[in-house]
Design a protein around this ligand. Structure first.
Ligand code: SAH
Length: 244
């Protein structure tokens, strides 16, 4: 099991190097001092998505502000596998769940995609991005996955290039996902899942016609959208990603 060097990990914007100082914004100062009861001299880990994970010591901590000092590199920066999730937003709590789990599962990018049968009209990107930061802090990630601007399926497909699509097709017509992943092999991939109402016949036909899209089945049961996303990402990580 991965062991984390420090119990507390925070994502920061500042550059991290030997001896650098980090000014804590109010919410992080409150969390460290008020919630976690840490005091000057205590250590924790920080990362910024660029410079690896660093151990820092608390120089000062107050209710509204704080200051940290970098004391040593814990882990150098590494890139996660090139995996994205494009998903049709569902109800709020399940959309939050999908974004959070996609980060835990090691996606670099999470893209809300509006399809024909997508019911939810708005997506709060800032809230999803905040879930991504929390997931990254908790799971020991070295960068925070990006929650992209929501797009229509048309736009998403038009803009996509040099990336294979694992099209989660609830019709059952697709080959088993593990078979497809083994046959296609490693490289940039995006897992695509539909809304509660599924993909329309027209959308499914359009996807099947693309050379870069591979319709796959996730077994004999119809999964809910959030379950399907986690299941597909799990299979990808197990066959082609960093679970191997
Ligand atoms: N209402 C649809 C089900 C949609 S499930 C119906 O009854 O047919 C939501 C999404 O999860 C689907 O669009 C698909 O992307 C994915 N999904 C669910 N079960 C799946 C399965 N067995 N195989 C592949 N994809 C699945």
């Amino acid at each position: 099991m991965p062991q984390m060097a420090e119990k507390i990990r925070l994502f920061v914007e500042a550059d991290l190097m030997e001896g650098s100082e980090i000014a804590l914004p109010r919410d992080q100062a409150h969390y460290l001092g008020g919630v976690m009861r840490r005091t000057a001299g205590d250590t924790l880990a920080v990362f910024n998505g660029r410079d690896g994970e660093w151990q820092v010591r608390i120089a000062e901590i107050g209710k509204r502000a704080g200051r940290l000092e970098c004391t040593g590199l814990l882990r150098p920066q590494t890139e996660p596998p090139d995996l994205w999730l494009a998903f049709a937003p569902v109800k709020k709590a399940r959309t939050d769940f999908i974004a959070e789990k996609a980060c835990e599962m090691g996606c670099r990018r999470v893209i809300p995609v509006f399809t024909r049968h997508t019911n939810s009209e708005r997506v709060n990107r800032d809230r999803l991005q905040a879930h991504a930061v929390e997931a990254a802090e908790q799971c020991g990630l070295l960068s925070v996955p990006e929650v992209a601007e929501p797009v229509t399926l048309d736009r998403f497909l038009a803009d996509l290039s040099e990336r294979q699509i694992l099209f989660c097709d609830e019709s059952g017509a697709g080959a088993p996902a593990t078979e497809v992943l083994r046959a296609q092999g490693a490289g940039p991939w995006v897992v695509l899942t539909g809304p509660e109402g599924g993909f329309s016949a027209e959308e499914a036909a359009r996807l099947r016609a693309r050379d870069d899209a591979h319709a796959v089945s996730l077994g004999p049961r119809i999964l809910r959208a959030d379950t399907a996303a986690v299941a597909a990402l799990t299979l990808w990580q197990a066959v082609l990603g960093d679970w191997t």
